[in-house]
Design a protein around this ligand. Sequence first.
Ligand SMILES: NC(=O)c1ccc[n+]([C@@H]2O[C@H](COP(=O)([O-])OP(=O)(O)OC[C@H]3O[C@@H](n4cnc5c(N)ncnc54)[C@H](OP(=O)(O)O)[C@@H]3O)[C@@H](O)[C@H]2O)c1
Length: 216
Amino acid sequence: MPTIGLIGAGHIGSQVARLAIAQGYNVVLSNSRGPETLSPLIAELGPKARAATPSEAAQAADIAVVTVPLKHYRQVPVEPLAGKVVIDTNNYYPQRDWNIAELDNESTTTAELLQAHLPTSKVVKGFNHIYAAQLTTDGKPPGTPNRRALVIAGDDAAAKAAVTKLLDQFGFDTVDAGPLKEGWRIQRDTPGYGPRRNADELRKDLAAAKRYRDMK
Ligand SMILES: NC(=O)c1ccc[n+]([C@@H]2O[C@H](COP(=O)([O-])OP(=O)(O)OC[C@H]3O[C@@H](n4cnc5c(N)ncnc54)[C@H](OP(=O)(O)O)[C@@H]3O)[C@@H](O)[C@H]2O)c1
């Protein structure tokens, strides 16, 4: 089975790992404090999971997930993620992430920042608008009426198809918001950010989203 490599093993990273293990994937998790600090989580996840450094997790990944506080995105290893699909879960909270001028002036978006840092990776925005705990409670089999949907955005069609397949395995429909630059439509303070939505509802939320500059 393919390997999901996680850069970040907190609320979201640990939940994505649980979903991946449940679907038979191998999982390599990493954090900032070192692999030994992940022993309890690895024990819970079982033999298909292991802990490693961020570079090792990136190297092992067939699909990587970057899920660290945004202020640390420049520490994400670049070379071992070259050419790979990288799911970016990150959101911008200035009180946590310090002010990032390009986001404050809305000249870029969070996932575009990660894409600029990882120039040859195929970054797909994903998992950013669902509470971590709901990742393991809200998933339903394909075809379930009113199934919850999650937004993706990205510039590479094949990468988006791979993430759509993964989300389907994890229990969620997918709504494609378009290229990475459209990812702001599901950023903090937009209608779709947080609540449970099916695909039709989420498409309406994306269409209704406003940039901060247009909210004033
Ligand atoms: N929590 C949610 O419900 C939720 C929902 C959607 C999206 N998000 C977004 O997803 C991102 C992660 O959120 P979270 O709640 O999972 O955060 P979190 O619980 O604080 O976990 C962050 C993880 O990143 C690791 N980390 C920090 N710096 C790192 C580095 N330089 N290299 C490798 N790993 C590093 C941390 O490791 P250490 O503990 O060892 O420092 C920790 O494992 C954020 O941008 C957040 O806004 C969160």
